[in-house]
Ligand binder design. Structure first.
Ligand code: ATP
Length: 328
């Protein structure tokens, strides 16, 4: 393969996600395989602006494929949102002889990467790393599968106590804008109701549906609620509302929170991260830029970064029907 780049830098940015380490490893080892220099930038854009980077080799990334989080650390950076901040970042890339940047993160990180690319004509490639699975143009993001499995495991445990006490549990899971985690974990864990940001079920319909469940003989219930659901109430208010309007159940609320981000990545996420990491380096070597590396029907694809930042099409209809049918 002819090389259009010689020195690549990689960073992780935004919320951490299990499998980010596997993606870094794949980038570093691809560089090693193709005889490119690879720099690891610490603390995302913040570290890039402060010139916190080290050259990495294939051995620098040993024993990390199974680790959650990101050994390069991640950060949210206000300064990088300014042109002055991005200028500093670009200056450090050039100073270190870096000629392309791989950004592993979510849509905020991609927005920053696109700006860097447009303002300084600097080649960037994004790898979708976020548990929310909310990036347009890729079937999956790194970390989503692991988070799903974590959530299902937690709900299974909560179900044990729900069914022992005739309790109704409202369980909040991550997803401010995307219902992927709620919907899939809800189906996987056998939830009675699932509230997602893309659909406005309405608190009254929820009560109606729970009454029906009660009449059909259910003695406990699991309701999975995405952070960004459209009920207009936070999870505790929703819990109170359900308790006021439904007799016969004790209502409990459980917010799963940050456990959803942690833990050893699933095999699916490790393989996905490996494929996307290799794809990113190969795309840069071909001279591609301003793209995201994604996955579509098991194939590694390239998507213009701008398109990856567009609002994702709502694609839950079939799953919502499955959830409705399997929870009767
Ligand atoms: P997650 O989906 O897990 O939250 P993310 O990548 O969307 O990940 P953000 O905190 O939104 O996380 O973004 C990460 C970083 O990207 C920000 O801290 C900031 O430095 C940079 N960034 C975000 N939006 C912009 C923007 N509009 N312009 C420049 N940089 C940005």
């Amino acid at each position: 393969m002819t090389k259009k780049v010689n020195n690549i830098a990689v960073l992780t940015s935004g919320g951490d996600a299990p499998g980010m380490n596997a993606a870094i490893r794949a980038v570093v080892r691809s560089c090693s395989y193709y005889n490119l220099k690879c720099f690891g930038v610490y603390r995302g854009y913040e570290g890039l602006m402060n010139n916190e980077m080290d050259e990495l080799n294939a051995r620098s990334v040993r024993n990390i494929i199974n680790k959650g989080g990101t050994f390069l650390k991640s950060a949210r950076s206000q300064d990088f949102r300014t042109k002055e901040g991005r200028k500093k970042a670009h200056h450090n890339l050039v100073k270190n002889g870096v000629d392309a940047l791989v950004v592993i993160g979510g849509d905020g990180s991609f927005t920053g990467a696109l700006k860097l690319s447009e303002e300084f004509n600097f080649p960037v490639v994004g790898i979708p790393g976020t548990i929310d699975n909310d990036i347009n143009g890729t079937d999956y993001t790194i970390g989503y599968d692991t988070a799903l499995n974590t959530v299902v495991e937690a709900i299974d445990k909560i179900r044990d106590t729900a069914s022992s006490h005739n309790r109704l549990f409202l369980i909040e899971v991550m997803g401010r804008d995307a219902g992927d985690i709620a919907l899939n974990s809800g189906i996987g864990a056998g939830a009675e109701e699932i509230l997602i940001p893309e659909e406005d079920m309405g608190a009254d319909r929820l009560i109606e549906s729970l009454r029906k469940s009660e009449k059909s003989g259910k003695t406990s219930s699991i309701i999975v609620v995405a952070e960004g659901d459209k009920s207009g109430k936070n999870i505790f208010e929703l819990g109170e509302y359900v308790e006021e309007n439904l007799t016969g159940y004790e209502v409990r609320v459980s917010v799963l929170g940050h456990i959803q981000r942690g833990g050893s990545p699933s095999c699916f996420d490790r393989v996905l991260a490996s494929k996307l990491g290799v794809g990113a380096v190969e795309a840069l070597m071909e001279g591609q830029k301003e793209i995201m590396i994604g996955i579509s029907h098991k194939n590694v694809i390239t998507v213009p970064l701008r398109k990856a930042l567009e609002k994702r099409e709502h694609r839950h209809d079939k799953l919502i029907k499955v959830a409705d049918i399997t929870s009767v």
